[in-house]
Design a protein around this ligand. Structure first.
Ligand code: GLU
Length: 542
């Protein structure tokens, strides 16, 4: 009996790997094209760290005219949740990080290298496990959970490195005949990789993000096919990333310690290993302590949080690229209207120690993103948000024509307004355009002086004035109230006046809006209309 017979006994129906090698040929792509993937387990919704990985992968694939695909890793069926796949697909869609290939629903996929769902690829894994057994590089292991527990205890007592390796790998030394006999007798088994490694030797790998990494060689005879016939993560990684012709494995750095095993698996199978890029987790500053952003502790770790507070998905994305490549910010300054996809995203510029997540900065980035939206986009997105979360805002927006004018104030010009960071800000931000203020934030000018300003201004106010005329009248009002017409004038002789035209326009702004800071007052007046402006000023003139 030889390895081939043993392989046939274990996997009588498995096809030769040549079938799959032919079915999934090398991809015909331009030089330098990166083929990469996002490979989540369907254990729920995508978290910000997952989105971050997927986004980085998609950006490099697109930039190099490569392929970004979505593979569902569901071989650990205990961890699965219902509709897990749909949840992942829709999260990616929400953020426009959709894959070029891969699963598009629980059971359907697009692309020539499918299926992209591991639980449906059992035959393929078994074909490759059979191939490994034929090569003498894998073997059946009959150790029961009790045997393994006993092994663990023995190693623990002897203070020896735990695991199934070397002399401790009992089944590796069974003869082919002994193995065959056990199989024929119906003994349950798993299939293990026969590692050629030695722990006292070092292996050096190059990670595109981490740089040179040195590890002891792998010597563990890890399980490649479990007793349920499905592969472990390690073996599925080998088979899938080989057959799907992945050039770059971009994944979380929790897998970095498995790198020596993976490099060894590729080399033993005789396949070209992909390049590896291990992404460090996103960190958070927690009262001075830097720690990983946690799914359990931090609400901002769930991508659903951003739609709840109304941060647009492209703002979240923009922020993530910002923390992934620090040169993005300068690029954005120089390319205000360009698409994120046009940025030359580089994996090797990613932080080795983990990018720091900062909500304040995220909201600031979001302000910039929203400032580039047209009034129509702001209207539509605010309305979508309002329909779901804010009935009062919804009511305000029901008047579309008026709302478009309100949201169009100081928008679409060179220096657009930058006062909205999330849709949940909109109501508070524009409420004075719908209702008279209930509070007034007067500063320098108060009491009777406000009355004087209001009545003087009312005397000259004309809704049809152009901006120049409008401002001249502001100056006239300043003069009438005993204030300097020009700021410059005031500054050269400040003792001469109680203040200047700026103080007067602020008082008028507060009468109209309740606030000291608003977008352009001239535009606000135009949108509010004559009657409303007069009514608001009259409150003070009386
Ligand atoms: N299914 C693995 C995980 O969710 C994927 C790792 C990989 O990208 O290879 O961690």
């Amino acid at each position: 009996m030889d390895y081939k017979d043993l392989a046939n006994l274990i996997f009588p129906d498995a096809k030769p790997i040549e079938v799959y090698e032919k079915m999934y040929p090398e991809r015909n792509l331009p030089d330098g094209a990166i083929v990469t993937r996002f490979a989540p387990s369907p254990t729920g919704f995508v978290h910000i760290g997952g989105l971050y990985q997927a986004l980085c992968a998609k950006l490099v694939a697109n930039r190099t005219k490569g392929v970004f695909f979505l593979r569902i890793e569901d071989t650990d069926q205990k961890r699965e949740i219902e509709n897990g796949i749909e949840g992942i697909i829709s999260s990616l869609k929400d953020f426009d990080v959709e894959a070029d290939e891969g699963m598009i629903s629980e059971d359907e996929w697009k692309g020539e290298y499918g299926t992209y769902k591991q639980s449906s690829r059992k035959d393929i894994y078994q074909a490759y496990a059979k191939y490994m057994i034929e090569l003498g590089k894998a073997y059946p292991c009959f150790c029961s959970p009790e045997d393994q527990e006993e092994l663990r205890k023995k190693q623990e007592n002897a203070k020896i490195r735990p695991g199934y390796y070397g002399v401790w790998a009992k089944c590796r030394n069974l003869s082919i005949e002994e193995m065959a006999e056990k199989i024929k007798a119906g003994e349950p088994y798993v299939v293990r990789f026969k590692s050629p490694g030695r722990e006292d030797r070092k292996v050096q790998c190059h990670d595109l993000i981490k740089g040179k990494v040195v590890f002891p060689e792998n010597d563990m005879d890890i399980v490649i096919i479990k007793s349920d016939g499905l592969p472990t993560y390690h073996f599925a990684h080998l088979v899938d990333d080989h057959l799907m012709r992945t050039t770059h494995v971009i994944r979380s750095d929790e897998w970095l310690s498995s790198l020596p095993l993976h490099v060894q698996l590729f080399s033993e199978a005789g396949f070209k290993a992909p390049k590896y890029c291990h992404i460090s987790p996103i960190m958070k500053n927690d009262n001075g302590n830097k720690r990983k952003l946690s799914k359990r502790k931090d609400k901002e770790a769930a991508v659903s949080y951003y739609s709840e507070i109304g941060v647009p998905p492209d703002a979240v994305k923009e922020y993530l690229v910002n923390i992934a490549n620090s040169n993005f910010e300068n690029w954005r300054r120089a390319n205000k209207d360009a698409k994120i996809e046009d940025f030359e995203f580089q994996l090797n510029k990613m932080s080795v120690s983990g990018a720091l997540f900062d909500m304040v900065k995220l909201l600031d980035v979001s302000k910039g993103v929203i400032s580039r939206y047209s009034a129509e986009e702001v209207y539509n997105e605010s309305l979508k948000y309002a329909e779901k979360y804010d009935p009062k805002l919804k009511k305000m927006l029901d008047n579309k024509e008026y709302s478009m004018k309100v949201l169009g104030i100081e928008r679409g010009n060179n220096k657009p307004r930058k006062d909205i960071s999330k849709w949940s800000d909109v109501r508070e931000n524009i409420i004075y355009m719908y209702e008279k203020p209930t509070e007034y934030d007067f500063d320098k000018i108060t009491g009777d002086e406000v009355k004087k300003v209001a009545s003087e201004y009312l005397k000259v106010f004309d809704i049809n004035d152009d901006k120049q005329m409008w401002f001249d009248k502001m100056k006239d009002t300043a003069e009438k109230c005993g204030y300097a017409r020009e700021v410059k004038e005031y500054k050269s002789e400040p003792e001469k006046w109680p203040g200047h035209v700026g103080d007067i326009s602020t008082a008028i702004r507060v009468m109209i809006s309740g606030r000291r800071n608003t977008p352009d007052l001239y535009e606000i007046i135009k949108v509010l209309g004559k009657d409303e402006v007069i009514a608001r000023l009259e409150v003070f003139a009386k």
